[in-house]
Write a protein that binds this ligand. Structure first.
Ligand SMILES: [Zn+2]
Length: 486
């Protein structure tokens, strides 16, 4: 049990409450003594909201108060008690003038954090809740949040109301009943499980206000895009995202030259305290590589899908063709199969397309020819490198198209070779492989976005977004310049 709350907000809250009820340990001990005197056997309170006797209607109002989110309690309770700026002496509980009977402890707040191997039940009973009430609260919580998702280190705030009574005969008699369980599983949400007027626990999630701000980074690429963007103040995860977005157009190991440039506009999400909570999307980026500008804009399609488009409204994420041969039929899938020549079961790490000898084979994507020649059981073999991650390979070819050799740049859909039956093959077919990070994966299972081109209304809407984005970029000061000003 400790006094740190949900980060800064609760620490501030604890500090405020500490001031309101006596910030010295002696004063707090006195307050605790009053509490313990009233509810014998109860666990030690962390924060006690003690008040002089209340008329019934005020009592009701306070009870209502206890079921509100913590911030509300904090605000209203503090407003009722004393301004936080007031001198400490004036705020200290007038213990000498309040008899023990007259003091009415209202709400006890405890903040606990989940330890490794803890269950929610264990944490709650350890913090002073009786098992029956804890069970009812956990059941209500399960409707909005799976308690198994709670991780060690997660802080929970529990509110107890000592004026309520747990059955006086049971082993847990005298414990102040739990009235609320609250925690913040993410920066966006707070979860509250509170006792309602009918004595039942109800759970709800409260969305926390977040603010999206735009961050801009730009500069000349001195070494790698990664290092340059890092120096420009861009977080690693956003740089990785940027590289991923360009991976179909730019081969980052080869295309980037000294003097190339980049610019990026991306979202940063701030919480209600003005602290950076997480990053959002890249809204705009432009790379100047191979003497060409490659801009891209984030655009939400009518169906809600998000994609990135170039100036003309063409999707920048180009799919690799799944069938790089015309009029072919799939004859063998990816996976374990009995090998037609070797006889035993063997993993087939590509897919086969049956097609007449001499059928043109197309480059599945734009890129550079990496291998074009004999390659053992593959026979005549062609491999194209599309970017730092993706390669495609074509085997058992009859021949290569004229001019196709190592180092040759090819475009998606261009004829690069012809179907044959060279190497370990039973008849004319194309054996096709897609390699991702050097691993052969199932081309049929590969989820690649389609190379969409915006038209009509979508294109008109895109142009609006594009114009707005360009303006936003121009109006956003670069991060490095912001840092200089501080
Ligand atoms: Zn094959």
């Amino acid at each position: 049990m400790h006094l740190t709350g949900f980060g800064g907000a609760l620490r501030r809250r604890a500090a405020l409450l500490g001031r309101a009820f006596g910030s010295t340990s002696g004063q707090r001990r006195n307050a605790v003594a009053v509490m313990v005197g009233l509810a014998a056997g109860s666990a030690v309170a962390l924060t006690i909201l003690a008040k002089p006797p209340q008329p019934p209607e005020q009592d009701m109002a306070l009870q209502k108060l206890a079921s509100l989110p913590l911030t509300e309690i904090e605000r209203k309770a503090l407003a009722n008690l004393a301004p936080p700026e007031a001198p400490l002496q004036a705020l200290a509980l007038p213990l000498t003038r309040v008899s023990v009977e007259a003091a009415r402890p209202m709400i006890i707040q405890r903040t606990v954090s989940i330890a490794p191997g803890d269950t929610l039940m264990a944490v709650m009973t350890r913090s002073g809740s009786d098992r029956t009430t804890a069970h009812a609260a956990i059941t209500a919580l399960s409707k909005v949040y799976n308690p198994r998702r709670l991780r060690p280190g997660q802080e929970l705030t529990l509110l107890f109301d000592p004026r309520r009574q747990i059955s006086p005969d049971g082993p847990e008699a005298g414990k102040p009943p739990l009235i609320q369980l609250a925690f913040t599983p993410s920066v966006e949400q707070e979860i509250l499980v509170s006792l309602n007027e009918r004595g039942r626990f109800v759970s709800r999630t409260v969305d926390k206000p977040l603010e999206t701000r735009l961050h801009r980074a730009d500069g000349n690429i001195d070494d790698s895009l990664y290092l340059t963007a890092k120096r420009a103040g861009m977080p690693a995860q956003m740089i990785v995202e940027l590289i991923r977005l360009y991976s179909f157009d730019v081969d980052f190991q080869r295309d980037i030259q000294v003097g190339d440039r980049f610019e990026v506009l991306y979202e940063a999400i701030y919480d209600e305290r003005g602290e950076l909570a997480r990053y959002g999307d890249i809204l705009y980026a432009k790379l100047h590589v191979r003497k060409t500008d490659l801009p891209l804009y984030r655009f939400a399609l009518a169906d809600g899908n998000i994609d990135y488009f170039n100036d003309k409204g063409h999707s920048v994420r180009k799919a690799l063709m799944k069938t790089p041969v015309d009029g072919a039929r799939l004859t063998s899938r990816f996976g374990r199969r009995k090998h037609p020549i070797l006889g035993y079961r063997k993993m087939h790490r590509g897919i086969d397309f049956g097609a007449p000898r001499g059928t043109p084979v197309l480059a599945a994507g734009s890129g550079v020819v990496e291998v074009a020649g004999r390659n053992g059981g593959y026979g005549r073999y062609l491999r194209i490198r599309h970017n730092g991650r993706y390669k495609t390979a074509y085997a058992h070819l009859k021949s290569f198209r004229r001019g196709i050799k190592r180092g040759k740049r090819v475009k998606q859909g261009q004829i690069v070779a012809y179907v044959g039956s060279t190497g370990r093959s039973t008849g004319p077919h194309l054996h096709y492989e897609i390699l991702v990070d050097g691993r052969r994966i199932n081309p049929l299972g590969l989820k690649l976005p389609t190379g969409q081109k915006l038209k009509g209304k979508a294109l008109a809407r895109f142009k609006g977004v594009r114009g707005k984005t360009v303006k936003q970029f121009a109006e956003t000061p670069p991060l490095t310049r912001l840092a200089d000003r501080r």
